[in-house]
Design a protein around this ligand. Structure first.
Ligand SMILES: [Zn+2]
Length: 330
């Protein structure tokens, strides 16, 4: 074979590879009088073939399989050597030893990469965490406004927490708090909650969840928008300016003002003159359900309310109704 004719040699190798299977048949005949072994031959183009042979010398095995080396090709083990225990013949261009070494190094590198993926990495991580402030309510005593009053604004605090975090393959697998330090103490919000002072009115009374004055448009509602109402159920009835109702007929209220239908109410001494009362059930009446305490009634207790009407028949028609009332006190 002409060693310079590289193209034909390469073609030859490919042909040989395809002929190996056919070759096995004839080698099989020899099997009876020689010890046969499988030898792997790795060609320089990376192709691997396994041959069955009775030979042990590299040159003989290659010859048997019609493989000849090109000028720049090397073989390991050398042509003159016997095949080694791994029974592999490697044909390669360039320095085989360096290549093999490189392959081993490459394998180690890959191994290192693989092992590093399984490695657990620990890190100390410091996080700042907000400490939310608390709201404390204080009951205020004494006369005065019934509005809740913020007497100290709340401020969030800040805490620094150091964690030891374990990561595996960049995934957090464990987080242990190892220390924490308050950088800034939170400041409590203090709200003074005013309670109604008249003992006879403290029962059945609660601070309103909403303030109807904020959405109503009557003059009285606008006047009390900044006041938090208390809510209680009142026994309501009606009266007029007649002698039967009042014992007098001038229609002048205890406040000195002339009584106005669906606006003036008479209440007990627990309610100061000027107290605004909203009764949702009467919102379709002339003043939208907004009333002002302008009058007193001797028999009126603190859970009762009398609504002023323009006529005695209207007062009778009203009858008695137990209604929820929002009370705005100044
Ligand atoms: Zn009357």
């Amino acid at each position: 074979m002409n060693k310079n004719d590289k193209a034909s040699v390469s073609l030859m190798k490919i042909l040989i590879i395809s002929l190996v299977i056919i070759g096995i048949t004839s080698i099989g005949v020899m099997a009876s009088n020689a010890k046969l072994i499988n030898v792997k031959i790795i060609l320089s183009n990376g192709y691997e073939m396994t041959v069955l042979t009775a030979k042990t010398k590299v040159s003989e095995i290659l010859e048997e399989n019609h493989i000849s080396l090109l000028a720049e090709e090397n073989v390991s083990p050398k042509l003159s050597e016997e095949i080694l225990e791994n029974k592999t013949i490697r044909i390669s261009t360039g320095d085989i030893e360096i290549q093999e070494k490189a392959q081993i190094e490459n394998a180690i590198t890959q191994e290192e990469i693989l092992s590093s993926y399984g490695t657990i990495i620990e890190k100390l991580v410091t996080e700042q965490v907000v400490i939310p402030y608390e709201t404390i309510t204080k009951e205020a005593t004494g006369e005065g406004t019934k509005q809740n009053k913020v007497i100290q604004n709340g401020k969030d605090g800040l805490k620094e927490i150091t964690y030891k975090i374990k990561y595996q393959n960049d995934v957090e697998i464990e987080k242990i708090e190892i220390s924490s330090k308050v950088i800034k103490e939170p400041v409590n919000k203090i709200v003074e909650v005013k309670t109604l002072q008249v003992s006879s009115r403290t029962s059945e009374e609660r601070v309103a969840a909403s303030n109807p004055a904020l959405t109503a448009s009557t003059t009285l509602a606008k006047k009390v928008q900044g006041i938090t109402p208390t809510v209680r159920t009142l026994n309501t009835s009606a009266y007029c300016s007649c002698a039967k109702c009042c014992g007098k007929t001038n229609g002048i209220t205890a406040s000195g003002a002339k009584a106005t239908a669906w606006y003036t109410v008479a209440a007990g001494k627990g309610y100061k003159i000027g107290t605004v009362i909203y009764i949702p059930a009467l919102k379709n009446k002339p003043n939208g359900g907004w009333f002002v305490v302008q009058d007193r009634g001797g028999a009126i207790s603190n859970s009762k309310l009398d609504v002023y009407m323009g006529s005695h028949s209207a007062a009778l028609q009203y009858g008695r109704r137990s209604l929820e009332a929002y009370i705005y006190e100044f």
